[in-house]
Design a protein around this ligand. Sequence first.
Ligand code: ZN
Length: 99
Amino acid sequence: MHTSTNVFKRQFILTCKQAAPLASRSLDESLTLHEQLLLKWHLLICQSCTTYFGQIKLIRKIIRDKRVSTMGLSDEARKRIAQVLSDSEAAITLNNSNQ
Ligand SMILES: [Zn+2]
């Protein structure tokens, strides 16, 4: 019983140290279902990480809002521009290698 409790803890309960990077990654990329569950579970039981997560979410939102209002562009538009830029970089590399 004791052993199985330890296994349960190891697999399903994150430490705050493990939860924090997951929380910040979840704002930039999508986590696996397993990671999402681990993070949600940890946030349910941990007040300090819930507060931390709320704060980093707020900071991201402020940064994003500020950038959008500065550039007047949506996320989607900026992604398209980044795509075009990286395509033209690739084209330049190709042209240079032909010379
Ligand atoms: Zn925590």
